[in-house]
Design a protein around this ligand. Structure first.
Ligand SMILES: Cc1ncc(COP(=O)(O)O)c(CNc2csc(C(=O)O)c2)c1O
Length: 462
C-alpha cells in the first residue's frame, strides 16, 4: 500500500542518485528543467518515491497531469488483456487507418464525459497541438462564414502557397494577460505568463485583454470585483472593434476557466457568461482551454460547467488528466474538406484505452464527489492557516482540489514551496506568488491532514 506519510532520506532534492542520472542525461539532452528522477516502480497512489528513496506526498501530480496518481491497480491490470498489447505496439495513423473498435473506444472514453452540448471530437496528442489545431479550426470556420461557402477561388489557392492574403488571411485571436495556452508558435502568441516561454520567438500582433484580478475574500469585495469584471469585459469589446476596424478581425476569444500558469486567477460566472455573449455578438468563436482544469479536479469533469453558460462553448480543448490531447467542438466547426486538420498520429489509442479505465474508476469510486469533499477540507484548513498567519499567506481560492493561496510576496511563496518539499510535500508555484495544489482525484482526507500539518509547520517557521 501507499506510504503512511512523507519520508525524506537525503538532505536535499535532487539527491545523489538523481544528480548522477542528471549528469548522464545532460550528455544527451538539455536537462535544466529536471527536478528529480522518479522511481516509477515504487511510486504509488499519492506518493512519489524518487531514485534516492525520498517519499513525498504529491499534491501537484507532476504538471497536474496524473488523474489517478501512480500505479493505480486498475490501470496496471489493463495490460493483462492480450488484445490491448497490440493496440500499444501498432500505433495507427488514426486520420487514415483507425482500428474497427475506434468509434466505440471514443464513445466509451472521451464522448462519455463530453461537455454538455458538444458532440464532435478531434483527438490530438498534447495541450499545445490541441490548441494549435483548434485555433486553425476557428480560422477556417470564420473564413467559411465570411465567404458563405468553401469553393476556394484560384486567387486564394495561389496566394496561400506563399503566405499572402487572401488565402492566408489577416485574422486574429483575442487572448488574456496571464494566459498559458502552449508553446508552439500559434499558441505561444496567445500565451502571456512568463517571458522565458516567449523570448526570441516571433509572435503575431493579436489583441490581449486583462483577465479579471479579484480582491479576496470575495464576499468582502463584491462591488470592486464586479467593477473589475465590467472593465475587463469593456476592454475585450473595445479590442475586438479596434482589430476588426484595422483589418485583423478577431475570429475567436481563447481563455482558461481558471488561469493556471498565470497564478490561479479565477473569473466569476457572470464574467464568463458576458464574455460568451460578447463573442457571439461579434461573430467570434469562444474557445475554453481546459487543458489544466479539465478531467475532474474542480469537482466537475469540466470547470466551465460551474459557470452556468446559456450554451456550450464553441470549442473545449483538453490534455493532461485526460491522458491524451484533443478538443470537443460544435458541429458548425467541422471542416468542409478532409485533410485540413490532420497529422500522422491524431492522438494514440493506447492513451484512450487507459483513459477509458480512468473514467470507469472515477465513476465507480465517485471521485468527483471525493474531489469536492477533500477540496472543502483543504480550503477550510488553508483558510484557518491564512487567519493564523496573515503576514505570510492570503487570498485562498479554489474549486474542488484546484486550489491556490498567495505568499505575501514571491520570495515567501518560493520559501513555502521549498520548505514543503524539504518536509516531504511536492507542491508547485504559479504566477508571481501563488502556491498551487493539483492533487490526484484519489487524494483523501488523511492526505489533506498531512498536507495541512506540514504547511502549518512551514508557516510557523517562516
Ligand atoms: C491551460 C493550458 N493550456 C495548454 C497547455 C499546453 O499543454 P502541453 O503542450 O504542455 O501539453 C498547458 C500546459 N501546462 C503547462 C504547465 S507548465 C508548462 C510548461 O510548458 O512549462 C505547461 C496549460 O496549462
Amino acid at each position: 500500500g501507499e506510504p503512511s506519510g512523507p519520508r525524506m532520506v537525503t538532505d536535499s532534492i535532487p539527491g545523489p542518485v538523481s544528480q548522477s542520472r542528471l549528469k548522464d542525461l545532460n550528455q544527451i539532452q538539455p536537462s535544466q528543467s529536471i527536478q528529480l528522477f522518479l522511481d516509477y516502480d515504487r511510486s504509488l497512489g499519492n506518493y512519489i518515491v524518487d531514485v534516492d528513496g525520498n517519499q513525498l506526498l504529491d499534491v501537484y501530480t507532476q504538471i497536474s497531469s496524473m488523474p489517478l496518481g501512480y500505479n493505480h491497480p486498475n490501470l496496471l491490470k489493463l495490460l493483462d488483456d492480450p488484445s490491448i498489447v497490440k493496440a500499444f505496439i501498432n500505433r495507427p495513423a488514426l486520420g487514415a487507418f483507425p482500428g474497427a473498435d475506434w468509434p466505440e473506444r471514443l464513445s466509451n472514453s472521451l464522448m462519455a464525459v463530453a461537455p454538455p452540448g458538444l458532440k464532435t471530437i478531434t483527438t490530438m496528442a498534447c495541450g499545445s497541438c490541441s490548441n494549435e489545431n483548434a485555433y486553425k479550426q476557428i480560422f477556417m470556420w470564420y473564413r467559411s462564414k465570411q465567404r458563405g461557402h468553401d469553393n476556394f477561388s484560384q486567387e486564394e489557392l495561389d496566394s496561400c502557397m506563399i503566405n499572402q492574403e487572401p488565402g492566408s488571411p489577416q485574422l486574429s485571436l483575442l487572448s488574456f494577460h496571464g494566459a498559458f495556452h502552449g508553446r508552439t508558435m500559434g499558441c505561444l502568441t496567445t500565451t502571456h505568463s512568463k517571458a522565458i516561454h516567449k523570448l526570441d520567438v516571433p509572435a503575431m500582433d493579436w489583441p490581449i485583454a486583462r483577465f479579471p484580478l479579484y480582491k479576496y475574500p470575495l464576499e468582502e469585495h463584491t462591488r470592486e470585483n464586479q467593477e473589475e469584471d465590467r472593465k475587463c469585459l469593456e476592454e475585450v469589446e473595445d479590442l475586438i472593434h479596434q482589430y476588426n476596424a484595422k483589418g485583423m478581425p478577431v475570429a475567436g476569444i481563447v481563455i482558461e476557466p481558471i488561469q493556471a500558469e498565470g497564478g490561479d486567477n479565477h473569473g466569476s460566472n457572470e464574467f464568463f457568461q458576458q464574455l460568451q455573449a460578447i463573442a457571439k455578438r461579434n461573430g467570434a468563436a469562444f474557445l475554453i482551454d481546459e487543458v489544466q482544469t479539465g478531467g475532474g479536479p474542480t469537482g466537475k469533469y469540466w470547470c466551465h460547467e460551474h459557470f452556468d453558460l446559456p450554451e456550450a462553448p464553441d470549442i473545449v480543448t483538453f490534455s493532461k488528466k485526460m491522458l491524451t490531447g484533443g478538443y470537443y467542438m460544435k458541429d458548425e466547426f467541422r471542416p468542409s474538406h478532409g485533410y485540413r486538420i490532420y497529422n500522422t498520429w491524431m492522438g494514440e489509442p493506447s492513451k484512450i484505452i487507459v483513459l477509458e479505465e480512468v473514467i470507469k474508476v472515477v465513476k465507480r469510486d465517485n471521485l468527483l464527489e471525493n474531489t469536492k469533499n477533500v477540496g472543502e477540507i483543504l480550503m477550510q484548513g488553508i483558510h484557518a492557516l491564512e487567519d493564523k498567519y496573515p503576514q505570510h499567506i492570503n487570498s485562498t481560492r479554489g474549486k474542488g482540489t484546484f486550489i491556490a493561496f498567495n505568499g505575501k510576496d514571491p520570495a515567501t511563496r518560493d520559501k513555502i514551496v521549498g520548505n514543503l518539499k524539504a518536509a516531504g510535500i511536492h507542491s508547485g508555484g504559479c504566477g508571481e506568488q501563488a502556491v498551487r495544489l493539483r492533487p490526484a482525484l484519489i487524494f483523501q482526507p488523511h492526505h489533506a491532514e498531512i498536507f495541512l500539518d506540514k504547511l502549518e509547520t512551514v508557516l510557523g517557521q517562516l
